[in-house]
Design a protein around this ligand. Structure first.
Ligand code: ZN
Length: 214
């Protein structure tokens, strides 16, 4: 005889998460929620709960700290992500990577497509894969379509580091981790990055570790 499993709704799950207050626990690689592909957002959270959830995502992203956070990373399988990058760090690095300040944004049901054929390869990391970074060759420029937290359409071209953030977070909603797209031989601990691979570009790392750059 089949027993009926009753799963909590997204709204119940979010209420539960928010009840604890403060930054939300971040789910790490190995949890199926990061691999399942999130449901398109279609009002599963009412406006007030959505606003509270978005605020909790922002608090969690800043506390981590990170430059983006997708709902599955806190165990919620909805297509919602937040991004924000103050773009700190050495100027030489920021210039090489196109790292410019990205104001806080909410991406609901995002999708992207490349603009042109240029690719950019840099080390990146993920709050759900703590302690590690790897080089990912990504589209240098993408067109993002989404809606914002108020349901207004977004159709915008991103370049530089913001284009990387947008791709990374949108991929999360699709069940894709940056490691799926990474040069596996570039995988480096944060300690190795700090000691050896803090250069503006990963060319030295590519030579020493033996991986290709576009
Ligand atoms: Zn991530």
């Amino acid at each position: 005889m089949a027993s009926e499993h009753v799963y909590p709704s997204h709204a119940e799950r979010v209420e539960q998460l928010l009840a604890a207050g403060g930054p939300l626990p971040i789910v790490t690689a190995g949890d199926p929620v990061l691999r399942s592909g999130a449901e398109p957002f279609d009002g599963q959270l009412g406006p007030a709960l959505l606003a509270r959830f978005v605020e909790a995502l922002r608090v969690t992203m800043r506390a981590a700290p990170g430059v983006g956070l997708a709902a599955p990373q806190v165990g919620v399988g909805l297509q919602i992500a937040v991004i924000e990058d103050p773009a700190t760090g050495p100027e030489e690095v920021r210039l090489a990577r196109g790292r410019v300040p990205q104001p806080f944004r909410v991406l609901v049901n995002p999708s992207y497509e490349p603009v042109g054929a240029d690719r950019a390869a840099f080390f990146e990391g993920c709050l759900s894969v703590p302690g590690w970074q790897a080089v990912v060759a990504r589209h240098a420029e993408v067109r993002l379509r989404a809606v914002d937290e108020h349901g207004h359409a977004v159709d915008e071209v991103f370049t530089g580091w913001p284009a990387r953030i947008v791709q990374h977070e949108t991929d999360h909603l699709d069940g894709t981790l940056y490691l799926d797209r990474a040069e596996v031989r570039s995988l480096s601990s944060n300690e190795a990055i700090a000691a050896r691979w803090a250069q503006p570009t990963p060319e030295d790392a590519a030579r020493a570790l033996g991986f290709e750059l576009p």
